[in-house]
Design a protein around this ligand. Structure first.
Ligand code: FPP
Length: 238
């Protein structure tokens, strides 16, 4: 699905994907290149996340989904996991007024029970506070894994005693229920793999891989990705 942009933002690509999903990779390498601690890289990554969310909202993206913390990320050093959770807590809290001003809605996708009660309450309150907004839907994947998402859907179906379901019924059990599949999936930092991100939903997504590290993925880089997407012919297997 593509939207035609009606705003006058200078140099805005003509066709904007309705749903962009991003694997924000490379914070650690960004920091290492500067001989800085990894936490500084994650902070720079968070600041860039804020800029890209604002930009996507302004150019007419309807859905933006970002991979911020995977089920596998729990296996990182405890100190890094704690740093990331602290950054999530303070960052989202600080960013709330701006999301409110920008009419952004929020969803959190993933196994929230993995987080401590304070983090969970903060996330749930943030979603509630922004629930009346009508602009772009930002979905943040936290403690998210595509396989785990599918398995929890199957377990819920079994609990309900279902014996047979359709693809569209199944989608209603995924974290992304009600969100159209991503049109464009971007991965930064030169890694060419999907790392358990939106496994079901990406069946017909277009991929864009770039060597640029996440904290450096700016407006120009986003527009390059969108232009690459706009130039492709999508046939959805037909
Ligand atoms: C991958 O880079 C990035 C992460 C595991 C964290 C992503 C988090 C942010 C971008 C901050 C935004 C946070 C929220 C809550 C929206 P890496 O650390 O694996 O980098 P490397 O592969 O270069 O080491």
């Amino acid at each position: 699905m593509k939207n035609t942009v009606s705003n006058n933002a200078k140099n805005t690509p003509a066709e904007i994907p309705a749903h962009i999903a991003i694997i924000m990779d490379g914070n650690g390498r960004w920091a290492r290149k500067r001989a800085l601690p990894r936490t500084v890289g994650h902070k720079a990554g968070f600041n860039n996340f804020v800029d890209i969310v604002d930009l996507c909202g302004r150019i007419g993206v309807s859905y933006l989904t970002v991979y911020a913390f995977s089920t596998e990320n729990w296996k990182r050093e405890k100190s890094e996991v704690n740093d990331l959770i602290r950054l999530m807590n303070s960052g989202i809290k600080e960013y709330m007024p701006e999301m409110q001003r920008n009419n952004v809605k929020l969803r959190i996708l993933g196994d929230l029970l993995m987080f401590d009660v304070n983090s969970r309450t903060m996330l749930e309150n943030s979603v509630k506070t922004l629930s009346g907004n009508t602009g772009m839907l930002l979905s943040i994947c936290l403690s998210y894994g595509g396989r785990q998402e599918i398995i929890q859907a199957v377990n819920r179906l079994l609990d309900e005693g279902k014996r047979e379901i359709s693809e569209s019924d199944f989608e209603g059990y995924l974290y992304t229920s009600g969100i159209p599949d991503p049109d464009l999936i971007i991965r930064t930092s030169g890694e060419i793999r999907i790392s358990n991100f939106l496994l079901w939903q990406s069946a017909y997504s277009e991929y864009y891989f770039t060597d640029v590290l996440w904290p450096d993925f700016n407006k120009e880089e986003l527009f390059k990705a969108i232009e690459s997407f706009a130039a492709r012919k999508r046939r959805f297997g037909r």
